[in-house]
Design a binder for this molecule. Structure first.
Ligand code: GDP
Length: 431
C-alpha cells in the first residue's frame, strides 16, 4: 500500500507534521525529489526539528527511511541531520540511500551562489543549496550517481576531468571565480563515499519487495504543486517535480501502486521567494499579524529563516494544486491560527482582463490576475485541543465546507495544532 503526502500550494503547508503523524503506522518513508533547499518542521516527543533531507519517518525506530533516486543529495547535510537528531535523543534511524540518487557536488553550491550574484536584482531568490545547477547537470547527463563513487580512481577522475573542464570555462570567463581542482574534488568524493557506504542499496528492488509483502510505504513530497517545475509558476519554481506522479519516478516503483494521495492544504497562504502570488496580503500590518501567528512560532523559512509572504486562502490555486496531485484526500492544516480574525477573505476567482476565472492560468496570464474575494465570518475562539469535527465552532465548519466545495476535493483531515495528535478526522460528503 503506497500513500503520498504532497503539498497542494507553494510548500510549507505542514507536510512534515502530516507525514510524521502517518509515519507512525508506516513501514517505509521515502523522500523522492528535491534537496536541502526546503525543510519540514516536526514537533514530537523528542522536541522540535527542522528536517531538510531526512525522511520524516526517522522518529520511529522501526521505520525504514529512504532517499530515492530523484533526490538532490547533499551528503554532508544528510549526515549532520542524522547526528543532530541522535544528539537530541532520537534512536539512530534506519536509512537507505538509492545507489541511483545523484550527488550535490561542492561546485553546484558555488555555481548557485555565483549565478544569483551575477543576476543580482533579477535573481530567482534561490536558497543557494545548489539545486538548480544540480538538476541542470543531471539532465545534461554530467551528474554523479552515488554508485559512481565505487568507480576506479582512474575512471572517476576521468569523468571529473570531463565535467570540470566545462565548469572552469564558466568560472574563469563568466563568474571570475577560483577554478575547480580535480584532485581536491576527488578527495571530497572519497569522503562522501565513506559517509554513505553503510546506507547505499538498490532502493527500487527493496520497495518492490516491500510492496509485495504488503508493507505501508509513504512517499513524502517537498514543496507544493505551484513550485513544480512543469506545472507550477514557472520560472519561479523549484528545479524538480513536486507532484505525486513523480513519486513513482523518484524511487522506482510502478505508478499504479500509489493508491492514496494526501494533498496538504494550508488554511491560509504563504510563499517564499519571488513569483506570482495572487492572494498575497499587501497591507503589511495585516500580513505581519498573520505571519507572527502562523505555523508554530511564525511563518519564517525552516531552512533560511526568511519571513514568508502571506496571503488569504486561494481556492483557484488550491483546486489546481489538488487536481495536479491527483488528490484522494485533503489534509487542511494550521486552521487554529485563524481564530483571531473577525472575518476571513477567501480568494474564489481571478479577474484577468475583466473576466473572472476559477481555472489557474499559465504564468503570462497569472501576472495579470487580480483576486476576487468572498469574505466569511471568523469564529473568534481557540480551536486547539478539539478532537471531533462536530465540536468545531459553526463558522469554522462553514469555512472548511465552503473551501471544500470550491476546490472540489474531500477534506478528510483537519490539523488544529503542530503536534502529532492535533488532528480531526472527518467524513467528507465528497468521498
Ligand atoms: P512543510 O514543509 O510542509 O512540512 O511545512 P513547514 O515545516 O513550514 O510546517 C509548517 C509549520 O506549521 C511548522 O512549524 C509546523 O510545526 C506547523 N504546523 C503544522 N500543522 C500545524 C497546525 O495545524 N497548526 C499549527 N499552529 N501549526 C502547525
Amino acid at each position: 500500500m503506497v500513500k503520498a503526502v504532497v503539498g497542494a500550494n507553494w510548500g510549507d503547508e505542514g507536510k512534515g507534521k502530516i507525514t510524521d503523524m502517518l509515519a507512525q503506522n508506516a513501514d517505509v518513508v521515502v523522500r523522492f525529489q528535491g534537496g536541502a533547499n526546503a525543510g519540514h518542521t516536526i514537533k514530537n516527543k523528542y522536541g522540535k526539528f527542522a528536517l531538510h533531507t531526512l525522511p520524516s519517518g526517522v522518529f520511529n525506530e522501526n521505520t525504514v527511511n529512504i532517499i530515492g533516486n530523484g533526490v538532490a543529495l547533499n551528503i554532508p547535510i544528510l549526515m549532520n541531520e542524522v547526528n543532530e537528531i541522535v544528539k537530541k535523543g532520537v534512536p539512530k534511524p534506519i536509512i537507505m540511500i538509492s545507489e541511483r540518487a545523484q550527488i550535490i557536488m561542492p561546485y553546484h553550491i558555488k555555481f548557485d551562489e555565483y549565478e544569483e550574484e551575477r543576476l543580482a536584482g533579477r535573481s530567482f531568490g534561490s536558497t543557494k543549496s545548489g539545486i538548480a545547477p544540480f538538476y541542470s547537470d543531471k539532465f545534461a547527463k554530467i551528474g554523479f550517481q552515488i554508485s559512481d563513487l565505487w568507480e576506479t580512481e582512474e575512471a572517476l577522475k576521468e569523468k571529473l576531468a570531463g565535467v570540470i573542464v566545462q565548469k572552469n570555462v564558466l568560472l574563469e570567463h563568466l563568474y571570475h571565480k577560483p577554478l575547480i581542482d580535480i584532485d581536491e574534488t576527488f578527495r571530497t568524493l572519497m569522503q562522501y563515499k565513506e559517509m554513505v557506504a553503510p546506507y547505499v542499496c538498490d532502493v527500487a528492488s527493496y520497495l518492490q519487495k516491500a510492496i509485495a509483502d504488503g508493507k505501508t510505504v509513504l512517499l513524502e513530497g517537498q514543496l507544493g504543486t505551484l513550485k513544480d517545475c512543469d506545472h507550477g509558476i514557472y520560472p519561479m519554481v523549484t528545479s524538480s517535480n513536486t507532484i505525486a506522479a513523480y513519486g513513482a519516478v523518484g524511487c522506482g516503483i510502478a505508478p499504479y501502486e500509489i493508491k492514496t494521495i494526501i494533498s496538504v492544504c494550508k488554511a491560509y497562504s504563504s510563499a517564499v521567494g519571488a513569483g506570482e502570488f495572487v492572494s498575497e496580503i499587501h497591507d503589511e500590518a495585516v500580513a505581519d499579524e498573520l505571519r507572527k501567528r502562523g505555523g508554530d512560532g511564525g511563518e519564517y523559512g525552516a531552512t533560511t529563516g526568511r519571513p514568508r509572504r502571506m496571503g488569504w486562502f486561494d481556492c483557484v490555486a488550491s483546486k489546481y494544486g489538488c487536481r495536479l496531485q491527483g488528490t484522494t484526500d485533503v489534509a487542511f492544516t494550521v486552521l487554529d491560527v485563524l481564530g483571531y480574525l473577525d472575518e476571513i477573505p477567501v480568494c474564489v476567482g481571478y479577474d484577468i482582463d475583466g473576466e473572472v476565472t476559477t481555472e489557474f492560468p499559465v504564468t503570462r496570464l497569472l501576472k495579470k490576475a487580480k483576486p476576487v474575494y468572498e469574505t466569511l465570518p471568523g469564529w473568534k475562539c481557540d480551536i486547539a485541543g478539539i478532537k471531533e469535527y462536530e465540536q468545531l465552532p459553526e463558522n469554522c465548519r462553514k469555512y472548511i465546507e465552503f473551501i471544500e466545495k470550491k476546490i472540489g476535493y474531500p477534506i478528510t483531515m483537519i490539523s488544529n495544532g503542530p503536534a502529532r495528535d492535533d488532528i480531526i478526522y472527518r467524513k467528507s460528503p465528497l468521498k
